[in-house]
Every structure is written in C-alpha cells, then in structure tokens.
Design a protein around this ligand. Structure first.
Ligand code: GLA
Length: 699
C-alpha cells in the first residue's frame, strides 16, 4: 500500500497525490506544470520541527482531528457526547484515468467513511475537490468541522495571499498580505458569501513577484451560504488552505446511513502570475455558462438610478424610448413596480403589478417596450418580505425567527426561510406566474437582507437542523427551475450589489451585479478586482450619471462607457436629462460595443497595469487571435508631467505574436506584435480624453 501515488492531469498541470503515514493519510507531492511530479516532493516538511506529530507536519490532503491534533484539522467528528476525533486508515482508491480520483478512509470504531473526491475540468487547469462523509455508526455522528478540502501550496518562503475584500459599494478590492507564520481567515456568517470577502484566494511564494512568470495557485468555493477559507503558515513551513462551509448551528448531525457531500472547492494553477490565474478562472466560468455562452448579452437600460421607487408607466416609457434610440436592447424595471412599494418599507412578498404605476396593466407596458424593439426585464427579491405585506399577514411562520424574541429589521425587511419547501413552492409559483403571464425575458434576482434571528420554530430539534444548507438548497432549486422551465429568460444575480457571487450562482445565472457603486474610478477598481476572479461575460456594468453617488472624481462619458464595455454593458443614467449631443455620443459607444462584445466575452483577457497607475487597461484577444480589443483608461493619477496633447502614454500589450501585424482601423496605424508588446499602444490623453476602446485587426 505504501508507495501508492495518483496523478491528476489538467490541460497544463499535474497534481500528484501519494499515500503516506502508513496509509493514514494522502499527501500532495507535486502541483504545477506537467513534469513537476518527476523528482522528490517539494512539500516534504518532515523533521522540520520537533514536538509535533508526523501528520501535523505532512502536506496532508485532508486529515481529521485525532490524527492531526496540533495544527488544525479539516474534519472534526464525534459520536454525540463522546470524545472528538477520527483515527482512520486508507481502504481504497477508485480512479478514472487521470481525470478523477476517489480515496476512501475508514474509521470503523467511530463509524465514519470519508471519501476524498477529485475531478479535473476538461479544457481548463481546474481540479474540483470535495469530500463525502458517510455515517456507518448506529448512533449518528456530530460534525463540527467538515471542510471541502485542504490545499497544500508548494511555496518555500512564506506565502503572498491575494484576496478580494470590501464592503457594500466597495466590493472586490484586490488586497495582498504576506503570511510568514500564523493564520489568515476569511468568512461569512451572512447566509450569502457577503460583501466583506469573496470566497476566492490566490497564493504565491512570497519571494516571487505577483506578476510575470510566477507560479500562482488559487481556490474558489462553490457555496452560496456561510463559508470560510483559512490559510495557515505552519511551524514547519507548510502553507495550507482549508475551505468549506460553516453550519449556522455550529455543527451538523449525520444520521445513521446518511452521507454529507461538501461543497466543491475549485483549485486552479497558472505559471503566469495573478493575471494568468485570472484567465484560468475565466475559462472555467465560460465552461460553467455552457451553451448559454452563445447567447449575446443584450445592452440593458435599467431605470433604478433614474427613478428609484417612483415607477410610473409614462416616465418609464419615456426612458425606454430614449434608451431604444441610443441602441439599448433590453429595458429593465427595477424595484418599485409592485403593490405597496412606494419606498423600502413595504411591498416585498406581494409580487403583483401596482395598478397606480401601470394603469393600463403590465402587459400593455411590455408591449410598448417591445414595440420599441427591446426585450423587457423585471427586478424581484424573492427571499424578502416586508412586515407590512399581505404575504406576512398570511404566513408569519415563513420568516426566520426565534419564538418570543423581537425581529430585527434590516432595510425595513425580513427574510423568508427558503429552506422550507412550502416557501420554495411559493417562490417558484410566483416566478412561474410572472414569467408565464407576461413577456419577460430578463429577471434581476436581488437579495438585500441577511438573516439575523435565524431560527425555525417548530422545525424539529435545533441540533438536527442545518438551516444554512437548507437555504442554499432552496435558492439553487429555484434557480435551476428557472433555467429548465424558462430557458429563454436571462437571469441577473444581485445581492445589494456583489454580496452573492460564487460558482454555484454563476453556474445558474447569466450575469451578476458586482456592486451598486457605478462611479467611474471606484467602479474601475471594483472591476479590476472582480476580473481577477471572474469572467468578463458575467460582469454586468452600467454607465450612470457622473460624478455619481459615491465618488466625486469626474471622468468623461467615454470613460464610463469603456468601463462598462469591459464586461456586459448597460445604462443606468437618467437619460431624460442627457442632451442630444450626449445621446448621440452614447449611441456611438453602444454601436462600437456591439461590434466587439463577442471578443470581450469569449476572448482571452489580460489585465494591463492597475487602477493605481496613471494608465491602465484590459486586453481581450479573440479566439484565433484575429481581433484584439483594448480598453484603456487614464485614471487621472498625476505622474509629474503636464497633460500635453500629443504626448503619448503607453500601454504594453501581452501575449501577441511578435511577427504578426495589427492594424487599428480607427487611426489607420499598423503595429507589429513586437511593437505592441515591447512599446505598447500610445494614448495622447487630455483632460477630456481619458479612455479609449481600441480594436486591432490582425492582418
Ligand atoms: C439593491 C440592488 C440595486 C437595486 C436596489 C433596489 O441595492 O443592488 O441594484 O436593485 O436594491 O432596491
């Protein structure tokens, strides 16, 4: 048994796992480019420190408390009322070529079988890992910790961690720290991934630069509820990332004969720094989108910032008319369209069109929008409920609550217990009714309120509940239903901005809303972070009125259009007040975007510089390399030199064929690939000219 080794191979990488510790654990021996597995393990930390067990030092793939008592275990299990700990042995491996692997460990005394599962994702450099825990004990088991996986990172000099952090309106701020020793944890207890941290992490050797040819490892957790990702730089020098869901009740009960399957942890590798890792994630997310990649994402107009809760058909139609003239393809009425919703104190749960807003009915309005040549979309917040709603009067028991305790209001609303089947059926019925009865092609699913008093009175013993997992299952059930029952409907995921963005959501929606902050420079930073983890075709982005609610720094209309064109372009400004000239300029940008959106959404993206630089951008290369689109911004950062018209800032492109020739039809200039990579595209920024969309055609 000793000496067993298994290899998993992706497009460009190998992940090598060997049995160790006399069959008591499996450990990582190599993870990197093909061939990295030939030679002694770079993760052998044994004998590096004393007073510790071999299992504590090992780069173990997954190891329970019991075998690994000191440095942090991935699994903590017990029979109710008894000591904690698992002492298992290896009992078998199943594999399919080098694309899937299942390693089984059994503790017969406790009554637990644990399968470590691996699957490569074709066409990507991603390996999915998860764990299946089966209870063979007659008593059932209590699981206090049941991570999806532990990922050992082959670094030698401490780790540089790159993560995405923030708050509402400042999501996805790309942040770094160096971890030589100790722990760094990110988590959410909000029943959604949350605004504070994305369930995503990149790890590099602290001694190497973040960009360039630096081996870069990444993990992302596919879970829409509570989670943690914890990185330990351990005493012996090992850097280990543990990730998984965190049950609201503190532990889950595994019933006799039951199996718990953890969420999947996607593990990615790129030899090309954070930017290379971003491309691995982009490719993976294009795969998650599947066939729906071939559906062009329509240019949207959303009236939320223009009219707020004051939704009336006449004003909406006026906006729709202007939007259509500018080239918008989809008109979305956001919050405020339904009964009782004149502000944020009421209405949620009563999903019926407000006759005061739409005196001739919603269908009449939709027909008018469609006559303008646009598709129609609607905002909903299916999990939300206003205390003043008819739904609450009829079903107070559908809300998360604690008997005898006051309810906390967040944004004046409560949250439905979507883990209940009757609540799910209500939500499904509501969405079916709306989508069957009206010609709706787009649904924006929002979620603005995390649970506070998270209880289900009458729902059985609390220690047997798993409310977080139940809510996630309900949410995914409804999203899956939308896809099968209403396949033509495009779904946008939103949670007070970017509060619920992870792979389970991205696999079931078409676009997501990264942030409510659309102010130009703030948005640029948000998108810069977002694109490190997520693909451009998922990134909804609006052009809104400047300077904007959050960020007073002025930028041009062009700047805002190029920013939104870096993902899925929409307009959210009050275009009633735009001059003819401004509308014509907008129409020009929209027309240009329509010509290149396929390259932005399907191409290989490279992030050029960062918003902290005076000039930054993104490069999108069409599959096959025929067209290269460059979005470029002058961030207004002062670099000591005056803005002199004609003085060129340069943005160096990457990855192009040096011998090929690329023509910019707008300027008539032809560049060699070598010139674009070595010297860059020139931009003669002025105070008003602060962004550009360049299309380069390979000759
Ligand atoms: C949330 C969303 C916004 C908007 C409002 C409506 O804040 O993130 O885009 O839909 O709700 O109430």
């Amino acid at each position: 048994m000793r000496g067993d080794r298994w290899l998993l191979r992706t497009e460009n990488t190998t992940y090598a796992v060997a049995l160790a510790g006399d069959g008591r654990w499996a450990e990582l021996t190599a993870w990197g480019p093909h061939g990295a597995e030939t030679g002694p393990s770079a993760l052998d930390w044994s004998r590096r420190t004393h007073f510790i067990t071999p299992a504590d030092l090992a780069p173990a793939e997954y190891i329970p408390y019991g075998l690994r008592p000191f440095t942090g275990a991935d699994l903590v299990a017990q029979r109710p009322g008894e000591e904690r700990g698992v002492w298992w042995t290896f009992t078998g491996a199943t594999r399919q070529g080098d694309s899937s692997l299942r390693l089984v460990f059994t503790d017969e005394t406790l009554g637990l079988t644990t399968a470590l599962c691996y699957e490569t994702v074709p066409g990507t450099d991603v390996i999915l890992r998860w764990t299946e825990l089966t209870c063979t004990a007659e008593t059932g088991l209590r699981l206090e910790r049941f991570d999806s996986a532990a990922v050992n990172i082959p670094v030698t000099g401490g780790a540089r961690l790159t993560y995405l952090t923030g708050q509402w309106s400042q999501e996805f701020q790309l942040t770094q720290l160096e971890l030589a020793r100790g722990s760094f944890g990110m988590s959410s207890a909000q029943a959604v991934p949350g605004h504070a941290y994305a369930p995503w992490l990149a790890v590099q050797d602290a001694a190497s630069p973040a960009e360039g040819a630096t081996p870069t490892y990444g993990v992302a957790l596919e879970w829409s509820g509570n989670w943690h990702i914890t990185t330990d730089a351990e005493p012996g020098g090992a850097v280990r990332v543990r990730a998984g869901r965190v049950p609201h009740e503190g532990a889950v009960r595994l019933a006799p004969g039951g199996t718990l399957t953890t969420p999947r942890l996607a593990c990615a590798f790129s030899p090309d720094g954070l930017d290379g890792l971003a491309r691995v994630w982009h490719r993976y997310e294009r795969r998650l989108t599947g066939d729906r990649m071939h559906r062009p994402r329509k240019v949207l107009y959303n009236s939320w910032e223009a009219t707020g809760f004051d939704v009336d058909a006449a004003t909406q139609l006026e906006l729709a008319g202007i939007a259509a003239e500018m080239g918008a393809e989809l008109f979305v009425v956001d919050d405020g369209w339904f009964t009782g919703r004149s502000d944020d104190t009421g209405g949620l749960g009563d999903w019926y069109t407000d006759p005061a807003s739409f005196p001739d009915g919603l269908d009449h309005f939709i027909a008018q929008v469609r006559d303008l040549g646009m598709d129609f979309g609607l905002w909903v917040e299916p999990e939300a409920i206003s205390p003043a709603s008819g739904l609450y009067a009829a079903h107070p028991e559908w809300v998360y609550r604690l008997e005898g305790r006051p309810a906390t209001l967040v944004r004046n609303q409560l949250l439905l217990d979507l883990g209940r089947e009757d609540v799910q059926d209500f939500v499904l019925g509501t969405l079916d009714r709306l989508l069957d009865d009206h010609a709706i092609g787009y649904l924006k699913w929002d979620m603005n309120r995390p649970p506070t008093e998270r209880g289900r009175p009458g729902g059985g013993p609390v220690e047997e509940q798993d409310l977080d997992a139940a809510h996630v299952a309900g949410y995914l059930r409804v999203l899956d239903h939308l896809r099968t029952r209403h396949p033509h409907v495009t779904v946008e995921g939103c949670a007070g901005g970017g509060g619920r963005i992870e792979h389970a959501t991205l696999a079931r929606t078409d676009v997501v809303w990264p942030s409510d902050n659309t102010a130009p420079l703030d948005r640029l930073a948000i998108q810069y972070g977002y694109l490190h983890a997520h693909a451009p075709h998922t990134m909804s982005s609006w052009v809104t009125d400047a300077p904007g609610v959050f960020d007073p720094r002025p930028r041009s209309l062009g700047f805002r259009f190029v920013t939104a064109a870096a993902g899925v372009l929409g307009i959210g400004a009050d275009i009633r007040h735009w001059s003819e000239e401004r509308r014509a300029e907008a129409a020009g940008w929209i027309a240009r975007y329509k010509e290149i959106r396929d390259v932005v959404h399907h191409g290989e993206a490279r992030l050029l510089n960062s918003p902290a630089d005076a000039t930054c951008g993104a490069q999108y290369e069409e599959p096959g390399g025929g067209r290269v689109v460059v979005t470029a911004w002058n961030t207004g950062r002062l670099d000591g030199a005056p803005l002199v018209p004609g003085r060129a800032a340069r943005l160096r492109l990457r990855g192009l064929d040096p011998a090929a020739r690329y023509r910019d039809p707008a300027s008539g200039v032809t560049y060699s690939g070598a010139h674009l990579v070595h010297s860059g595209v020139p931009f003669a920024w002025t105070e008003r000219y602060d962004a550009e969309l360049v299309v380069l055609l390979r000759e």
